[in-house]
Design a protein. Structure first.
Lengths: 258, 258
C-alpha cells in the first residue's frame, strides 16, 4: 500500500461536517466512496481535523492508503471526476508511510469573514460571511491581542468532545481586508483547535467590536476558564479551513515518496 | 410621484436575466413585486441594462417612481426585507424626476472571472468563474489592446436584439488578479454593450490565451464585422455587472432631490 496526501476544498453548506455519521452527508463519506470506486475496495480517509457542519475549506488535508499499483495514477483528476460539485481535490500525491494528516499537523489556519454593512449583503457572499453589521475594529484589535500564546482556552471550547488538555498555542490572530469592501477577515493559526474554538474566539471579537464586551475582559475570560461567561459562538458559514501546515520532518517524509 | 434610484446586487444563477418574461423568474419581476407590496399599487422598475440569464450583478442600477408620501422611508431596508436571498438592494434614494437608469448611463463596467487551474475548481467559486484552464496572459493582453476605442463591434454581437448601430466605445479593457490565486479578472468599461458583447470579447480573449486564435487577428475580426468568424461566447456565470456610471448632468439631477 502507498499513502497519499490530499489537499481538499469544499463548500460546507451541503455537508454535516467532515466526519462520517450514519445517515448524514459528510465530506469524509463522499471521499471514501469516491476513492473506493477507484480502488475497488473499502478505503478509509483520515482528515487533519473535523470541520463542523457548514464550515468551508480551501486547504483541508487528508491521507489514505491505496494499492501500490494505483499509486501513480492522476489521483486529483480521478477523484474530481467522481466527487460532487461541492467537494474538490486541490492536489494529491504520495507521501511516506508514516505521514498522518492529523497527528503530524503542526498548525492549522482558519479564516473567518465578517460582513460589516448593516443594510445589505451581496447575495454572492451570503453563504460565506457573518453579517454582523458595523464593528469597532480598534476594539477588536485590542481584544485580539490577548489570544496569541500558549494558554488554556477552556472558556472558548464548546461541550461535546473529550480532550486531555484544553491548552493550545495560538501563533497568530490577525485582521485583513476582504475581497469586497464591507468584508473584514480574521485569520487564526494555532497548533490545535478545541471544539468550536475558532468560532468562539470570533464570537468574542465581534462582541468586543459591537461594544458588548470590553476588550480587556478577554484576559479574565481566559483566566476564569468558564465557557458560560464568554460571548456566543460565531455562525459556521463564515469559517474556512485555509491550510494545514506540517513540520519539516513530515515534509522530509513527503519527499521520501512511496 | 418621486423617482428613486436603486443600486442592486444579485446572484444570477437563479434568474432568467433581468427583464420580465412571462412564466420565468427575473430580477425585474422580483423587484416590481416587492416594490408593489410597499406602495400598494403596480410599480414599473427600469434597469440600466438587461443582464442575461445567469449573469451576476454587484452594481446594477434601476429607477422607479413611488408616491411622494413614501419617498423618505428607508427603501433599501424595506425592499431587502421583502426580496429573496439572491437579490439585494445596495442603496436606494431619491433622484430628480428626469433621471433614467438606462438613457442617462454614460458607461457600464463588467468583470469577467476566469479560473486557470486545470485540475480543480474551488467549489465556492464554481458559480462565478469560467474554468477555462491555463492561459497565455501575454497573448490575451496583446489581443485586448485591439478593443478599446470607438469601433463597430458587429462581430461581437449575438443575434436577437435589434439595434440602430453596432458602434460602441470601449473605454477600458484590463486584466487584474482575482481574489484566489488561480483567478484572472478581465474588466471592461464601455458606453454601451451589444447583446452578449462582453461575453463575446472574453470568448475571443480566451481563444487567444489558448493559442487557438492569434492576437493580431482581432483587428481583422473587428474589420470583417462577421460574428460567424469570431470565437464563441463565454459562459454567463463568469460575468458580473459591477457598476453603472452616470455623467455629471445626471449626478447634478441626483442632488436636486425630489
Amino acid at each position: 500500500m502507498v499513502r497519499l496526501k490530499l489537499v481538499l476544498a469544499y463548500d460546507g453548506a451541503g455537508f454535516c461536517g467532515w466526519q462520517y455519521q450514519k445517515g448524514a452527508r459528510t465530506v469524509q463519506d463522499e471521499l471514501e466512496r469516491a476513492a473506493s470506486r477507484i480502488t475497488g475496495r473499502a478505503v478509509r480517509v483520515h482528515g487533519a481535523g473535523r470541520t463542523d457542519s457548514g464550515v468551508h475549506a480551501l486547504g483541508q488535508v487528508a491521507h489514505l492508503d491505496v494499492p501500490a499499483s494505483l499509486a501513480h495514477i492522476p489521483w486529483a483528476r480521478a477523484l474530481n471526476g467522481l466527487l460532487p460539485r461541492d467537494l474538490s481535490v486541490v492536489s494529491a500525491g504520495p507521501v511516506g508511510p508514516d505521514f498522518h494528516a492529523r497527528f503530524d499537523a503542526r498548525s492549522k489556519t482558519y479564516s473567518y469573514t465578517l460582513w460589516t454593512e448593516p443594510e445589505y449583503v451581496y447575495p454572492q457572499r451570503r453563504g460565506y460571511v457573518w453579517a454582523c453589521g458595523p464593528l469597532d475594529l480598534a476594539a477588536m484589535d485590542a481584544a485580539a491581542a490577548h489570544f496569541p500564546g500558549r494558554r488554556d482556552f477552556k472558556a472558548f471550547q464548546n461541550a461535546g468532545t473529550e480532550v486531555r488538555s484544553t491548552v493550545r498555542t495560538v501563533m497568530d490572530l490577525s485582521r485583513s481586508p476582504g475581497w469586497f469592501g464591507p468584508e473584514v477577515v480574521w485569520r487564526i493559526t494555532a497548533d490545535g483547535f478545541l471544539k468550536q474554538m475558532a468560532r468562539n474566539i470570533v464570537g468574542c471579537l465581534v462582541a468586543c467590536g459591537k461594544g458588548k464586551v470590553p476588550p480587556d475582559s478577554v484576559r479574565s475570560l481566559l483566566d476564569e476558564k468558564d465557557r458560560t461567561l464568554a460571548p456566543g459562538t460565531a455562525p459556521a458559514r463564515g469559517l474556512c479551513l485555509e491550510r494545514v501546515d506540517y513540520g519539516e520532518t513530515a515534509l522530509d517524509r513527503d519527499q521520501v515518496g512511496p
